[in-house]
Design a protein around this ligand. Structure first.
Ligand SMILES: *[C@@H]1O[C@H](CO)[C@@H](O)[C@H](O)[C@H]1NC(C)=O
Ligand SMILES: *[C@@H]1O[C@H](CO)[C@@H](O)[C@H](O)[C@H]1NC(C)=O
Ligand SMILES: *[C@@H]1O[C@H](CO)[C@@H](O)[C@H](O)[C@H]1NC(C)=O
Length: 153
């Protein structure tokens, strides 16, 4: 991992294990309102919740991590690859990155991303049923297939 400090800021858990674990808190995922909130989530909707300093890097990571651009079930299970793209892009030089986000902005983004990915790790495509965007289920299930599942309550 090239950016250990950075990873700690954006992701919920830092694991030094070679194999990622599919983790989620089921109670948090099923917080009332979440199914409506995350329904058909695409980059345009997510961008409304995140600091604009991330937008260019979000697009880059969405396009380059092997998942469909607007498939956040895939981006979330694929977070090891996704974070390696978004973090060096968005983090400021003081943190070893090339981006424009301040630590305060990254601190705002962190719980939003953590809650979103907790939801999608728990529900995968459940909330994308009937949505318009292209999704890459094969990629997602391929990532999940190699992982241990850790469920908390
Ligand atoms: C899971 O989420 C619930 C609701 O947000 C929280 O109260 C609980 O402490 C979390 N459990 C763990 C193990 O983090
Ligand atoms: C979601 O699961 C992936 C592994 O598939 C893991 O890397 C990521 O940290 C998890 N996200 C959350 C918020 O637990
Ligand atoms: C950082 O800001 C500059 C000036 O606004 C902009 O040209 C550049 O694309 C931004 N970089 C990223 C990664 O957002």
């Amino acid at each position: 991992m090239r950016f250990p400090v950075i990873t700690a800021t954006l992701t919920l858990t830092v694991s030094s294990l070679a194999t990622a674990q599919l983790t989620f808190n089921i109670t948090q995922a099923f917080t009332p309102g979440n199914w409506e909130k995350y329904r058909c989530l695409d980059n345009a909707k997510l961008s409304l919740w995140l600091p604009s300093c991330l937008s260019e890097c979000q697009k880059k990571a969405n396009a380059e991590d092997g998942c469909a651009f607007d498939d956040f079930a895939c981006h979330c299970v694929n977070y090891n690859a996704y974070s390696d793209l978004i973090e060096p892009c968005a983090f400021p030089a003081s943190q070893g990155g090339q981006g424009n986000c301040t630590l305060a902005e990254l601190g705002q983004a962190r719980p939003i991303i953590a809650d979103m990915c907790n939801f999608f790790n728990a529900t995968v495509y459940g909330d994308y049923h009937g949505c318009a965007q292209w999704v890459t289920k094969e990629k997602t299930y391929q990532v999940i297939a190699g992982e241990e599942v850790i469920v908390t309550h």
